[in-house]
Design a protein around this ligand. Structure first.
Ligand SMILES: C[S@@+](CC[C@H](N)C(=O)[O-])C[C@H]1O[C@@H](n2cnc3c(N)ncnc32)[C@H](O)[C@@H]1O
Length: 388
């Protein structure tokens, strides 16, 4: 495909997304009908689409409109590419620019340049203060790809050497013990023997840092209450000696966990909701709750535009409900660990403070946040202790 044909494809995919189709599905639908597209073409179209989704407002301003064509036009202008070289009308390139399109477009306003919905900006400011601008800016760019080295199986240097032999370049992430940022060959990871054998896992550096910050007594019985794929438990189990249990309201999300844990050399027991009473109390319960994902929006940028104040309020209610239920499963003297990949105070400090204020016998012992940066996603961790 020519560069222009790739932009044409991205325009059609973006229009489908703007009409409400989830981004991944829109890309899959396009790829199914585009058998001629090679892997490089599919990757390029995906990059165009995700790049545009991260910067919808600023690109829209630069392109003078809100549909896929205007936004891709704005994207080219933002990158300093002459749109006339892409919008040629030849072959599968987009139709030539009209006079109106040539004249349309302007510099984004300050608010558009942040590429956040207006209602969210005050919440970013409230949560992050002076750092809000840097966080919004970080969300406008691609996320780093990060691996966690399984310390039970090999050292970070050994993992780096193995990956290099498989064509995957990495660099150790500063101030993290097990994190490698991928600098080259990221598309080879899924097929890489080092990854497939469970020697490394894909895991963001901030979420790794949060799990590294946790200390638990040896042999602790730990329940991951919202386990999903189990990434957090696997990170803990690779470093600490504990007895690991995983639960999720949607058990289907844990389907791959036993195999992943086996590959990683860890033992994680899957628990249905009906087993929790009998297995409790636990020494620690981790609640990696469903959240807006605002700290990870550069990976899933559609969510930045679809979140509403009502949906956020609903998430906060769910987070509070999860903390209350999970609290009943912790032994006296035990701890609850609350985490989100959100930067919003409503989902972080406010939920934890609200729970501690409303629940007798609980004390917040630690709170920490990691900013969205070139190193990792936005992440929040709080530890709460139950009185003896
Ligand atoms: C942020 S994800 C967890 C990601 C996972 N911990 C990991 O590291 O891969 C949140 C999970 O919470 C689960 N969940 C949602 N509501 C829940 C509830 N009321 N009780 C338990 N789990 C819930 C979701 O199914 C989802 O898998």
């Amino acid at each position: 495909m020519t560069p222009g044909a790739r932009v044409s494809a991205a325009i059609s995919v973006l229009d489908a997304i703007l009409a409400g189709v989830p981004a991944e599905r829109a890309l899959t639908n396009w790829a199914r009908g585009a058998r001629y597209a090679g892997s490089g073409d599919r990757a390029a179209v995906r990059d165009h689409v995700f790049g545009a989704l991260r910067c919808l407002r600023s690109f829209g301003a630069l392109g003078g409109g809100t549909d896929g064509r205007a936004i891709l036009l704005g994207s080219l202008r933002a990158q300093g590419i002459d749109p006339e070289t892409i919008f040629t009308g030849t072959g599968h390139d987009p139709a030539p620019l009209s006079e109106v399109e040539r004249r349309a477009g302007r510099a984004p306003t300050e608010s558009e340049a942040r590429d956040l919905p207006d209602w969210l900006w005050p919440r970013f400011r409230a949560a992050l203060g002076e750092a809000a601008g840097a966080a919004a800016e970080a969300l406008r760019h691609r996320a780093p790809i990060c691996l966690r080295v399984n310390a039970r199986r090999l050292s970070r240097a050994e993992a780096q050497a193995r990956l290099a032999r498989e064509g995957i370049g990495t660099t150790p992430v500063q101030d993290r013990n097990f994190a490698l940022q991928v600098t080259e060959g990221e598309r080879k990871i899924a097929q890489s023997p080092t990854y497939r054998e469970g020697l490394v896992e894909l895991q963001d550096a901030s979420s790794q840092a949060a799990m590294e910050a946790l200390a638990l007594p040896s042999g602790a019985r730990v329940l991951d209450y919202c386990a999903g794929g189990g990434g957090k438990t696997l990170a803990l189990a690779a470093r600490l000696d504990g007895v690991w249990f995983a639960h999720d309201a949607d058990p289907g999300r844990m389907t791959d966990l036993p195999a992943r844990a086996g590959r990683a050399g860890s033992d994680v027991r899957i628990c249905g909701a009906e087993m929790l009473r009998d297995l409790s109390p636990f020494d620690a319960v981790l609640c990696d709750v469903p959240c807006s994902g605002s700290g990870t929006w550069r990976r899933a940028p559609q969510a930045k535009w679809t979140l509403t104040p009502e949906a956020l309020a609903d998430l906060v209610r769910r987070q509070d409900g999860i903390l209350r239920r999970a609290a009943e499963l912790v032994r006296p003297g035990g701890q609850m660990i609350y985490t989100t990949c959100s930067v919003l105070a409503e989902e972080n400090e406010a939920v934890v403070a609200g729970f501690a204020a409303a629940s007798k016998g609980w004390r917040v012992t630690a709170r920490r946040r990691w900013p969205v940066s070139t190193m990792g996603d936005g992440f929040f961790l709080a530890q709460l202790c139950r009185e003896e």
